[in-house]
Ligand binder design. Structure first.
Ligand SMILES: C[S@@+](CC[C@H](N)C(=O)[O-])C[C@H]1O[C@@H](n2cnc3c(N)ncnc32)[C@H](O)[C@@H]1O
Length: 258
């Protein structure tokens, strides 16, 4: 065995992350770029380097998991959640259990927490948030953001929910932090079984192979109550929602009908 398959197997044994689940061209391009930084000439040479150096291994793992996120990303989705989806959930279930899967550094679950607080629903809400990347989860728990990251946050929320922490940094207030429970979890391994009313997995599917997207979607459906809602990224789509018991209700928002 040589080349990429050798590297992929070694990496899986060591980290539990299956590189085969991700779109191949995109994944290999990123790995090659990283290898160039360290002048690694082959996958075998690169593997030797990672095995010997924990720091390079950690920085490679963080580099692989693209952590781009922002507060209130795709505002039209948050408007639909606030105006239609959340009121519908609360009307039917009297409470709202949320899972923000692949939450990166916390902007998504915290945006939801601020929104629910503004809607007077904090006491009825429970938000769990998970990501593969330890560093991202660590940053999410700390909840300190650069002022640039706060730009999409509505002005009145910024004043209410953040306080200055150093020259260009802001920290989220404890009231909002407390609403989100963060955990590290690999979505491509076995999932805990739970019942959620609202499940978000945004901007991860685009990196996954179509058959892996389908597998993941089936696992998600086991965790979403009938009548609950599933949200994806605005540039993503589900080609046959009915196959998963879903019905499209808004752009990037689906309801579990079966
Ligand atoms: C582009 S970010 C999306 C963040 C957020 N959902 C959003 O839309 O703003 C993708 C996230 O997926 C996470 N990720 C990648 N593979 C994963 C896996 N197998 N299990 C859980 N999270 C994963 C990455 O660590 C990264 O934080």
């Amino acid at each position: 065995m040589s080349g990429f398959s050798y590297f992929r197997d070694k990496f899986y044994e060591k980290t539990g992350l299956d590189l085969d689940c991700y779109k191949e061209g995109q994944m290999q391009r990123r790995i090659k770029q990283f290898m160039q930084r360290y002048k690694a000439e082959s996958y075998a040479h690169f593997w030797n380097l990672l095995e010997k150096n924990v720091e390079i291994m950690n920085s490679f793992k963080s580099y692989l998991t693209i952590n781009t996120s922002s507060f209130f990303r795709d505002p039209q989705i948050y408007s639909a959640l606030q105006e239609k989806i959340i009121p519908a959930i609360v009307k039917q279930f009297k409470k709202i259990e949320i899972w923000s899967a692949a939450c990166s550094t916390g902007e998504e679950p915290y945006s939801l927490a601020m929104m629910l607080t503004e809607m007077g629903l904090a006491a009825k809400s429970r938000i769990e948030a998970t990501d593969l990347d330890y560093e991202a989860i660590k940053a999410a728990k700390t909840a300190i953001y650069h002022e640039k990251q706060l730009e999409p946050v509505p002005q009145e929320y910024r004043h209410k929910y953040f306080c200055r922490k150093g020259e260009h940094q802001y920290e989220l207030c404890p009231e909002i932090k407390r609403m989100v429970i963060f955990k590290r979890a690999n979505l491509l391994k076995t999932m805990e079984r739970k019942d959620y009313h609202l499940l978000l997995c945004r901007n991860l599917f685009i990196y996954l192979k179509p058959q892996v997207q389908e597998r993941l979607l089936s696992s998600f459906m086991k965790n979403l109550l009938q009548g609950g809602f599933f949200v994806i990224g605005s540039a993503e789509y589900i080609s046959s929602p009915a196959k998963f018991g879903l019905e499209k209700v808004e752009h990037a928002i689906y309801r579990r009908v079966k």
